[in-house]
Design a protein around this ligand. Structure first.
Ligand code: GLY
Length: 373
C-alpha cells in the first residue's frame, strides 16, 4: 500500500497540509471534503493541463459539491498578466461566488501563481487549493503562498502573500510532463540539498536517476524532503524578511538570464536556476567562502543529470554583462542599490550576502569568460 506523505506548513490558524503521493487527484473528494463548506468550486487550469486532468478532478469532487465550474487560461507565462487576471476575476464573478467558494489551481507554476493572486484579491480574499501538476510547482511554487503576476518592469512584481488551504502534490501527474520540464523541476530539488541539507544532496547524487524516472518511492521522497524544507523556512519567515531569501540560491543569476531570454519558453526557469546554482558556487569559491571541491561536486551533478551548470551551457538568456547586471539590479533582495546574492559556505549551507558591487560581479563574469560590453 502506498503511503501518502503529509507535511504541515505551520502558520498558526493559517496552517495547511501538503499531501504527497500518487492518485491524490482521483481521490480529491476525500481530501477536500472538509474545506468545501459552500459546496461551490471553481477549477482554474490552462489549455494544456486542463484537457488532460480537469474532468477527472471535477468527477472526483462532484459527490461533495453542488456546483463545479471550470475555467481555462492560455498555457504559458503570458497568463501571469493584468489582462488575464482581469478576465479570470470577471469570469469568476459572473459565475456568482462568495467568500466560501473554493478556487482550485490545477496546473504548473503559472496557474498556481495566478490563481493564488486571484484568490487574494477577489472579494478581498477567498480560499484556494493548489493541485500542482509540474515538478517545479510541486516542490516549490505551490507551497508558501507567494502569488502574483508579472509587470512590464519585471517578473512577479505585482503580487501578495496568500496561503492556500491545502496542497495536493499528486506524483502520478508528473508522468505526463515532458522530460525537459521534469529536469527543470529537478533543479529546484537540487537547490534544497545545496541550501540546507548536505545529506539530501548526497542522496540525490546516488538516486537522481530513480527520481527522474519517477520511481514511486524516490520521487515521493524527493518531493517530500523538498516540501519539508520549504515548509520549515516559510513557517519561520513567511514574508521573506530574512531566511526565506535562502530559497533564492542561484536565483539572482537565474532571474537575470530569464529576463534576457524574454520568458519566451527558450529557457525554462529550472534551467536558469541550475546554471545559477553552478555560478553561485563558483562565485562563493572566488570570494573564498566555499571550498572548490564543493563547487566541482555541484557542477558534476548538474552535468550528470543533463542540466546547464554555467553561463556557457545555457540554452538561451545570454547577453553582455552590463545587460545582465541591469536585470540583477531589479532583484527584490537588493538593498540601497547594492546587489544581494544568496551564496554558499559549503554544500548544505547557504547564506545571504548583501553589498556586492557591480564591479565585483563584472570581474566574476569576466573570469568566467563572459563577454564584457
Ligand atoms: N520560490 C521561493 C519562495 O517561495 O520563497
Amino acid at each position: 500500500m502506498t503511503v501518502i506523505e503529509q507535511i504541515s506548513v505551520g502558520l498558526g490558524d493559517r496552517s495547511y497540509p501538503v499531501l504527497i503521493g500518487p492518485d491524490l487527484l482521483v481521490m480529491a473528494d476525500k481530501y477536500l471534503a472538509d474545506l468545501i463548506v459552500k459546496k461551490q468550486v471553481v477549477i482554474i487550469s490552462d489549455t494544456i493541463i486542463g484537457p488532460i486532468y480537469q474532468n477527472s478532478l471535477a468527477k472526483a469532487i462532484m459527490p461533495i459539491c453542488d456546483r463545479v465550474e471550470i475555467l481555462q487560461v492560455p498555457a504559458g507565462e503570458t497568463s501571469k498578466s493584468l489582462s488575464v487576471l482581469d478576465k479570470v476575476c470577471n469570469d469568476i464573478l459572473n459565475i456568482g461566488i462568495d467568500r466560501n467558494t473554493v478556487l482550485i489551481a490545477l496546473g504548473g507554476g503559472v496557474v498556481g501563481d495566478l490563481v493564488g493572486f486571484v484568490s487574494a484579491v477577489l472579494l478581498r480574499g477567498t480560499q484556494y487549493i493548489q493541485i500542482p501538476t509540474s515538478l517545479l510547482a510541486q516542490v516549490d511554487s505551490s507551497v508558501g503562498g507567494k502569488t502574483g503576476i508579472n509587470a512590464k518592469a519585471g517578473k512577479n512584481l505585482i503580487g501578495a502573500f496568500h496561503q492556500p488551504k491545502l496542497v495536493l502534490a499528486d506524483t502520478n501527474l508528473l508522468i505526463s510532463l515532458p522530460k525537459r520540464e521534469l529536469l527543470a523541476g529537478y533543479a529546484e530539488i537540487v537547490k534544497y540539498g545545496l541550501l540546507g541539507d548536505a545529506n539530501f544532496f548526497s542522496w540525490l547524487e546516488d538516486n537522481w536517476s530513480g527520481v527522474l524516472s519517477l520511481d514511486k518511492d524516490k520521487i515521493i521522497y524527493a518531493v517530500k524532503r523538498s516540501c519539508e524544507m520549504k515548509a520549515k523556512i516559510v513557517a519561520a519567515d513567511e514574508t521573506e524578511k530574512s531566511m526565506r531569501a535562502l530559497l533564492n540560491l542561484g536565483h539572482t543569476f537565474a532571474h537575470a538570464f530569464e529576463a534576457v531570454a524574454n520568458y519566451d519558453g527558450q529557457l525554462l526557469h529550472g534551467e536558469a536556476v541550475a546554471a545559477g546554482l553552478g555560478l553561485a558556487f563558483d562565485f562563493s569559491v572566488i570570494r573564498k567562502m566555499c571550498a572548490k571541491e564543493d563547487a566541482i561536486r555541484v557542477h558534476n551533478h548538474l552535468l550528470q543529470v543533463g542540466l546547464p551548470d554555467n553561463y556557457a551551457s545555457l540554452p538561451a538568456g545570454k547577453a553582455p554583462i552590463s545587460v545582465i547586471i541591469e536585470h540583477m539590479k531589479k532583484d527584490k533582495k537588493n538593498i540601497s542599490g547594492k546587489l544581494t546574492f544568496v551564496l554558499a559556505n559549503k554544500i548544505g549551507s547557504a547564506c545571504i550576502v548583501p553589498n556586492i558591487s557591480e564591479e565585483e560581479i563584472t570581474s566574476f563574469f569576466m573570469a568566467k569568460g563572459v563577454n564584457h560590453v
